[in-house]
Design a protein around this ligand. Structure first.
Ligand code: ATP
Length: 904
């Protein structure tokens, strides 16, 4: 019978989660945004209800209506002020925008109401009823369940059956077409935001009376709510309700069997993470839209300012700053280190990790525990290594999920670690925490209570060393690979970059850095209170790092100054202004997102650089300096034949079936070294899918792909690339965060794994092989090597794509519509380059092309595909004049083809 009682409690808890999740589904359906601020609206609703009901002593129903209206209007205002203006930014930036809303709303409520817990009277019937077992259950629990079910049914009906719902779905499907039909996507999205915020307001009035109300008590609901909405794929209200109820039930039933509350919170998330990971994909699909992330610095170290700054910092700590404030300086340095870990994982590698603060806490906690058995330094090193292992475990879902979903998964994993370890009173020492031994390095005490200056100076030196390591990482081959993965995973895999290694490496390095920061921060006290490293703290860490500059090493320090517990916090405390610090952080983030997503560090740097240029130009009366091409070591004197191993490509009986749609139907094809083989066919014939199948990007249902005499059918795209098969993409897929030179270097690097460690200390200059220089000459790219791809004309970007595919000397080159979007001159230049690669270098080229003039002029043989099957093959003149081909492929273009032939 206990099962029934716990089941009813579970359903009520799950209904509370569902009320938050349904709002998440609403905002996602209308604007495609994963709204991390949904629980913050719930909190606002609860406080408005509290204010009206308790403070203004209004009747319950008036307070409920007031809370719903206030939240609805708030949602509308926030959409027009924050979300609407970010509509052209990447999904990740918009998610970070919602994190800023969380920071702003939470700090506003804290400023007004403080952090003390409040009891809120409910407005539902308060009576209880007896179960057969004698147990009694509050009626309000069943009411909440009923309300959640009714709301789900109403929302399902409205969004499936009414005109408003249909238009909302249409906006989510295709903004442009809906706008052309006379519906303003912004108006539709804002109405949905208002509705979802109103729903959150209602949820606040229902959930707050169940426990006590504090500014953070309801925010934590976002984690299970996001998990439930993710299981409903942010589209299905019914599945989301089911998932939320499932989470509630599971948690409640675990309570029935175990007193361990940590287990109760952790298990459902472990299950959800598993489901999401299983449902994810190793590499994104062809139509995946990559997030544009803030600009990344060059990683160049300016030694004089760095060393001077370090020296000045040390002098200030040792002789100037009052002893009472030195601990706050050390805390700032510890937090800056944790922010630096975000620069690596999100800034460089593009993986949104919302578990960095928990990881830092875990390391501090483990180090504290270990100091009871090991010398301090050994304990810290062991804790950091263990944190790196946990960091890699947190990174595992990144191999199957990406973007905002990864943010949700890592937040959930942070929650699991927090509940199982940091918040687990069986191991965390309760409110007294885990006491630590006095820290010392090689017999020299750096105890922060006895020698705060020594401790803070040690923290400063560690942070500076980590700065140097992270800047080195950016300049080295590993950094370029991380940025390539961040820019475009599929393209990175196609040039032989291991996505798995790169992501896990980034998670490991960032975990090590976060752990170092966690230890610095935790050891400031005589005991480590692990529970202070909350999962939501990780959101704050990301918020302030974006404000400081998520792609810049220096951004971490600027960002950290906005966190509580720092020296700035202490200074502002004198006039109680520190209360406004989190609010300032949130507002600054909104400003940064709307002005320059590179962050305050970059904005200041640009202004300082502008000032310096101005002063210099005044003094020298000369023009400002120009950007220079990076130093390159090379020797391109050699005129020998390029070191390409001639190999043929054999494709036999290849079939690709997308759940019933046969895109490629038992195709045979051979391309010999030095041959250019054209692949033509109408739209949807299966040409790109064939190239995807050959390069390993899609799984083939049957058939074989043989490179030279090696069967590569079961090999991954990375292995095929390394074996000598290269490709370009229809939609270019260049690494936009890297210069042309760096794009080529990523592909040309003969990467050794030791670079993962060596690059942190001594990154090498870009050293392109001779072949790469010949490719650069062939494609005429020498003058744009230090430009970013986005700065080039479309034609030159196409050539960069081909050059990138060729710089490492592949035997087989797969080109997917290389002439798309080129004018006649550019396409003639392209034809010359492709011909030279085949004739002079012996490359086997398979080219998909729609331009018949190009096919006619460069191809030695042509295969025609229609509906996935080969319908003709032969010399271009034969095939292109074949009446069958003209009928089935060229169809209405027959006339155009004739005209084209006449003009060419
Ligand atoms: P185009 O010239 O327009 O690029 P194509 O000849 O390259 O066309 P493909 O893009 O390979 O054609 O598509 C072949 C068929 O496979 C099409 O019917 C397409 O809708 C289908 N298809 C492609 N990718 C997928 C996928 N991921 N899932 C389901 N069907 C797909």
């Amino acid at each position: 019978m206990d099962l029934l009682v716990f089941g009813i409690f579970g359903l009520a808890a799950g209904s509370g989660i569902a009320l938050v999740s349904l709002g998440l589904v609403l905002t996602y359906r209308a604007s495609g945004i994963l709204n991390f601020a949904q629980a913050a609206f719930v909190m606002v609703g609860a406080y408005v209800y509290y204010a009206l009901r308790v403070e203004a002593e209004l009747p319950g129903w008036v307070a409920v209506v007031g809370a719903v209206i206030a939240c609805g209007l708030g949602g509308l205002a926030i959409f027009w002020a924050v979300i609407g203006p970010l509509r052209h930014s990447g999904a990740l930036i918009r998610v970070i925008g919602t994190l800023a809303i969380v920071a702003v709303l939470q700090s506003l409520v804290t400023i007004i109401y403080g952090v003390q817990a409040r009891t809120v009277p409910g407005w539902l019937p308060t009576g209880s009823f007896q179960l057969a077992s004698g147990a009694s259950v509050g009626q309000d629990r069943l009411w909440i369940f009923g309300i959640a079910v009714v709301l789900t049914a109403v929302l399902g009906y409205v969004y499936r059956r009414t005109a408003f719902g249909r238009v909302t779905s249409a906006v989510a499907e295709n903004v442009r077409s809906t706008a052309m039909l006379g519906h303003s996507p912004d108006v539709i999205a804002s109405l949905n935001w208002a509705l979802s915020a109103a729903l959150a307001g209602l949820a606040g009035t229902l959930i707050a009376p169940i426990g006590v109300l504090t500014p953070s008590s309801l925010l934590i609901l976002i984690i299970p709510a996001l998990a439930a909405a993710l299981l409903g794929q942010f589209t299905s209200f019914g599945v989301t309700l089911g998932a939320a109820l499932g989470i509630g039930l599971l948690q409640s039933w675990i309570t029935n069997y175990s007193n361990n509350t940590s287990l109760q919170s952790a298990v459902p998330f472990a299950v959800i993470i598993l489901v999401l990971v299983v449902r994810g994909r190793g590499l994104p699909m062809r139509d995946h839209i990559y997030d544009s992330l803030p600009h990344v610095g060059t990683g160049r170290i300016r030694w004089i300012p760095l060393l001077t700054g370090t020296l000045v910092g040390a002098v200030l700590i040792i002789w100037v700053i009052p002893t009472t404030s030195v601990a706050a300086v050390a805390a700032t340095l510890g937090l800056a280190t944790i922010c630096l870990s975000v620069v690596v994982i999100t800034g460089y590698a593009g993986q949104l990790s919302l578990a960095q603060y928990v990881l830092a806490g875990l390391a501090g906690f483990m180090a504290a525990k270990l100091t009871a058995h090991l010398p301090f330094l050994l304990a810290v090193i062991t804790a950091i290594v263990l944190a790196a292992v946990v960091g890699v475990l947190i990174g595992l879902p990144a191999l199957r999920t990406r973007g905002a979903v990864l943010g949700v998964v890592t937040l959930g994993m942070g929650q699991v670690i927090y509940e199982l370890v940091l918040n687990n009173t069986d191991v965390n020492g309760g409110i007294l925490g885990v006491s630590v031994q006095s820290p010392e390095i090689l017999g020299w005490s750096i105890d922060p209570l006895l020698y705060p200056e020594r401790y803070a100076t040690a923290c400063l030196l560690i942070l500076v060393l980590l700065f140097i390591a992270v800047a080195n990482l950016r300049r080295g081959a590993v950094g370029r690979r991380l940025l390539a993965v961040r820019s475009n995973e599929v393209a990175a895999a196609s040039v032989g970059v291991s996505i798995v290694e790169s992501k896990l490496y980034a998670f490991a390095v960032s975990a090590v850095i976060a752990a170092a920061g966690g230890v610095m921060f935790a050891f400031l006290q005589t005991s480590v209170i692990a529970g202070q490293f909350t999962p939501l703290g990780s959101i704050n860490i990301v918020v302030v790092t974006v404000v400081g500059g998520i792609g810049m090493v220096g951004g971490s320090v600027l960002g950290a100054t906005l966190l509580p517990g720092t020296i700035i916090d202490q200074l502002l405390n004198i006039s109680a202004l520190n209360l406004y610090l989190p609010l300032a952080g949130g507002l600054l983030l909104l400003i940064v997102l709307r002005t320059n997503t590179s962050g305050l560090f970059e904005m200041n740097r640009l202004q300082l650089a502008w000032l310096a240029t101005l002063v210099r130009s005044r003094m020298r009366k000369s023009a400002p300096t120009r950007r220079t091409t990076p130093r390159i070591k090379h020797n391109n004197e050699s005129d020998e034949c390029p070191p390409i191993t001639p190999r043929a490509l054999h494709v036999t009986d290849l079939e690709v079936d997308f759940s019933g749609i046969v895109a490629v139907n038992h195709v045979d094809l051979t391309v010999m070294p030095g041959q250019i083989h054209g692949l033509i066919g109408p739209n949807g014939a299966g040409k790109t899918t064939l190239i995807d199948g050959v390069s390993g990007l899609v799984k083939c249902t049957s058939g074989r792909v043989i490179l030279g005499d090696v069967d590569v059918t079961r090999w991954s795209p990375v292995q095929r690339a390394r074996a000598g098969m290269s490709r370009s993409f229809q939609s270019l897929e260049l690494f936009d965060d890297l210069t042309v030179m760096e794009n080529l270097a990523v592909a040309a690097d003969t990467f050794r794994r030791r670079r993962y460690l060596v690059d942190l200390v001594r990154p090498e200059h870009i050293e392109l092989p001779d072949l790469a220089h010949r490719v650069i000459d062939e494609c005429d790219l020498a003058d744009v090597l230090d430009s970013y791809p986005t700065e080039l004309s479309y034609g030159r970007r196409r050539l960069v794509g081909i050059a990138r595919a060729m710089v490492w000397g592949p035997s087989v080159l797969l080109l997917d519509e290389p002439a798309a979007g080129l004018d006649d001159a550019e396409s003639a230049e392209l034809a010359r380059v492709v011909r030279a690669l085949a004739n002079d270098w012996g490359v086997a080229v398979l080219v998909v092309e729609h331009r018949m003039d190009l096919v006619r002029s460069v191809c030695d043989e042509v295969t025609v595909l229609a509906s996935g099957s080969v319908i003709a093959r032969g010399a271009p003149e034969e095939v292109l004049d074949d009446s069958c081909v003209l009928e089935s492929y060229l169809g209405v273009n027959h006339q155009n083809e004739k005209e084209m032939r006449t003009t060419s």
